[in-house]
Design a protein around this ligand. Structure first.
Ligand code: HEM
Ligand code: CA
Ligand code: CA
Length: 291
């Protein structure tokens, strides 16, 4: 029951306000586009797209999120600007969904119509974040199961993983792959080892682009990297490792329009996960705390 026109009368300048702020943030730091896109994913997979991830504490302390999620201050600043034009009208959950779309567009990726009308949660759960967000050690069957639990099919999962065409990862999340796995290009592994020492606890937070080819462009290079065994995370390369998703990866690698279309479709589906609507939840005044 979300709708593209939800704010057309109640806050006609909402979408342009969000877009201007996202464009400025991404222009000043391209990685911020990646960080904002990831925030929406981590929101939707835990309790649905209800801005639970933005509440201080709780989910933010979960293993996949702590010391990793970024962009909270950009969202807070957008919320302040939107409150100034339309008081207590636009939810933080909708701001996240629109900011994710505008981030992808700002980095040259596809656009789609964002459905609106989500409301904000009054709760957040560290335990649910730990159980529902897939770890980078996931094998293919786990990824398929994890996305299926959220109503997303295998094609959606492969397309959404293409978000790793932008942004960066910390060494601790790909160390095991670059030292111990065999389905990795050896020159690629050696180059990464220079900035990611073997010993646990040393250089854990050192950063490398998820897509070394075009780290700040939202394109299909993620998939061409997989074809040459240059996926950064274990959970990336399992998508092209002799299994059931190989054909989809090959299609997205050779056909950028097919990827763009599948990504846009899957983002709309992800954005529809268990929204609070009507009188459920609330419109937060500040995204980091309940009213
Ligand atoms: C398929 C399962 C997925 C796994 C296991 C996974 C895991 C990860 C990990 C480990 C990182 C690096 C975090 C760090 O080192 O701090 C990361 C970064 C990122 N992920 Fe995923 N991810 C998945 C799916 C997705 C999806 C569906 C999206 C969005 C639609 C997404 C968007 C991103 C982005 C944009 C970054 C870079 C963030 C930044 O640079 O701030 N990921 N992911
Ligand atoms: Ca959520
Ligand atoms: Ca790229």
């Amino acid at each position: 029951q979300l709708s593209a026109t939800f704010y057309d009368t109640s806050c006609p300048s909402a979408l342009s306000t969000i877009r201007s702020a996202v464009t400025a943030a991404v222009n000043s730091e391209p990685r911020m586009g990646a960080s904002l896109l990831r925030l929406h994913f981590h929101d939707c997979f835990v309790q649905g797209c209800d801005a639970s991830v933005l509440l201080a504490g709780n989910e933010q302390n979960a293993i996949p999120n702590a010391g990793s999620l970024r962009g909270f201050s950009v969202i807070d600043s957008i919320k302040t600007q939107v409150e100034a034009v339309c008081s207590q009208t636009v939810s933080c959950a909708d701001i996240l969904a629109v900011a994710a779309r505008d981030s992808v567009v700002a980095l040259g990726g596809p656009s789609w119509t964002v459905l609106l009308g989500r409301r904000d949660s009054t709760t957040a759960s560290e335990a649910l974040a730990n159980s529902d967000l897939p770890p980078p050690s996931s094998d293919l069957a786990s990824l398929i199961g994890n996305f299926s639990n959220k109503g997303l099919d295998v094609t959606d999962m492969v397309a959404l993983s293409g978000a790793h065409t932008i942004g960066q990862s910390q060494c601790k999340n790909f160390r095991d792959r670059i030292y111990n796995e065999t389905n990795i290009d050896s020159n690629f592994a050696t180059a990464l080892q220079a900035n990611c020492p073997r010993a646990t606890g040393t250089g854990d937070g050192n950063l490398t682009p998820l897509d070394t080819t075009t780290p700040n462009a939202f394109d299909n290079a993620y998939y061409t990297n997989l074809l040459s065994n240059q996926g950064l995370l274990h959970s990336d390369q399992v998508l092209f490792n002799g299994g059931s998703t190989d054909n989809t990866v090959m299609n997205f690698a050779s056909n950028p329009a097919a990827f763009s279309s599948a990504f846009a479709t899957a983002m709309v589906k992800m954005g529809n996960i268990s929204p609070l609507t009507g009188t459920q939840g609330q419109i937060r005044l500040s995204c980091s705390k309940v009213n």
